[in-house]
Design a binder for this molecule. Structure first.
Ligand code: ATP
Ligand code: MG
Length: 435
């Protein structure tokens, strides 16, 4: 992409309405614009990041055996009346009436709808287990939308729903999602800690929130440093029930808690050198809720002995749009965003410091053609402006081309994280960038 043609409205000043760094940087780097309180439009650069995060979330859901569907954003109120949640949900639910005076709503979540869909299509226990997910916009009329996309009213969520014949099956589905989440957050370049959360009326230990480490996070957390060092992707964890059991035992043996749940006695048992405290942001939540929706919505399947069974369910959410803000909270410096490679909107910014110079232009074009996902700053702007914008939008690499270097066929390669610079030949620069 050529920056001279790209729609990238960056801001020089910090917008007054933004209280936290990710919100400021998302506005300044031209990623989003607010359209109403807690409702955002995604501009080209921000939308690329959202899509990259979504793609990694999707790959890991698919790898864990979940199947993607797409449910509508608008739902009939009737379904929610059957589950009993229509009245309970309160003002967070955006209620709509269609032209025939039918009560509808903009979905804040999809347990009722997925249960209805599965009920319509499944016949017997042979249709179990299943895990269905979608990545779809939600609406929750939050009392205090704030922090940009981190607590919006309209936001993108990945929500998966598992159906199993019994509790034991549901446990396997739950553990599989937990592993998928650890892999997902690691691939996004984040350190995520699973924390046992309230499981509501069902009880038990099958409810976890995933908190990523960021100094500006809402909650204070205490955790075992082991969580930071294990490699969930390459560590040999698999999706067989036996492997998941081992994985889950390891996870739950390690200490992790938010300040509300902090247990001093258990904390003392963690070796001193492994005790970490920090702050974090919730980016995902998984829980098992048994027959809470399957029973009232009449999801009954024929069991192996002919007797009817009511499937056990769980639901598994990831805040896809919140993650864009959360990644920035975790990855930025005084000059701007520092995107982790896997979610960066482009791989490299090519900075032409003298667009009128033939050697500069020629070298930039060669780089531009050779690097997939390059953003070429070919604008007629001062070098200082280009440096500033490149740091602000935070692409992992900057290839800086000035007249002196270009005459000698050399380019200065800067790594955004850490800031090291190296002057290299075109070939060496490309090898480094693409290697
Ligand atoms: P919170 O406690 O932050 O309100 P929640 O418990 O209501 O979250 P869930 O219903 O578990 O959230 O939703 C799953 C995920 O969706 C959350 O972990 C979070 O990442 C994301 N999410 C929830 N509410 C919002 C919101 N208002 N804006 C952006 N993302 C959200
Ligand atoms: Mg909430």
């Amino acid at each position: 992409m050529r920056l001279s043609k790209y729609f990238l409205p960056t801001l020089k000043e910090n917008p007054a309405e933004a209280q936290i760094v990710s919100h400021r940087l998302m506005l300044r780097a031209g990623l989003v614009r607010q359209q109403a309180a807690g409702i955002y439009a995604w501009l080209p650069l921000g939308f690329r990041v959202l899509k990259k995060i979504e793609a990694i979330v999707r790959e890991e859901q698919d790898a864990a055996g979940a199947q993607e569907v797409l449910m509508p954003t608008i739902q009939p109120a009737e379904l929610w009346q059957q589950s009993g949640r229509y009245d309970d949900y309160g003002k967070e639910m955006l209620r709509i009436t269609d032209r025939h005076d039918r009560p509808m709503l903009y979905g804040p979540t999809n347990e009722e709808m997925i249960t209805e869909i599965f009920k319509d299509g499944a016949k017997s226990y042979r249709d179990l287990p299943k895990n269905l997910y979608h990545i779809q916009w939600k609406f929750r009329d939050e009392v205090r939308p704030r922090f940009g996309v981190m607590r919006g009213r309209e936001f993108l969520m990945k929500d998966a729903y598992s159906f199993d014949a019994d509790y034991e099956g549901a446990v396997v589905s739950y553990r599989a999602m937990m592993l998928a989440y650890m892999r997902t957050f690691q691939r996004l370049g984040l350190k995520a800690i699973p924390m046992q959360a309230d499981s509501g009326p069902i009880g038990g230990d099958l409810s976890h929130e995933f908190i990523i480490l960021a100094e500006t996070g809402e909650s204070e957390i205490f955790y075992d440093s082991d969580f930071e060092t294990v490699d969930w992707v390459k560590g040999g964890y698999g999706y067989t029930p036996a492997s998941l059991e081992k994985f889950f035992a390891e996870m739950t043996a390690r200490y992790a808690a938010t300040d509300e749940k902090h247990d001093k006695a258990a904390w003392e048992k963690v070796p001193q050198a492994r005790r970490r405290t920090g702050r974090g942001i919730e980016v995902g939540h998984i829980f098992y809720f048994g027959q809470k929706y399957s029973a009232p919505l009449g999801l009954t399947l024929a069991g192996p002995d002919g007797r009817p069974i009511i499937p056990h369910m769980g639901s598994y959410g990831i805040g896809v749009s919140r993650l864009v803000g959360a990644v920035i909270e975790a990855c930025h410096d005084a000059n701007g965003i520092v995107w982790p490679d896997p979610v960066a909107p482009f791989r490299c910014a090519i900075l032409n410091l003298k667009p009128g110079d033939a050697a500069c232009a020629a070298l930039c074009e060669r780089l531009y053609r050779a690097i997939p996902e390059a953003l070429l700053d070919d604008r007629d702007e001062r070098a200082g402006v280009k440096f500033g914008d490149a740091d602000l939008i935070g692409l992992p690499w900057q290839a800086i081309v000035g007249p002196r270097g270009a005459a000698a066929g050399r380019v200065e390669l800067k790594r955004r994280a850490g800031g090291e610079r190296q002057e290299l030949s075109l070939e060496d620069a490309l090898a480094k960038l693409l290697g």
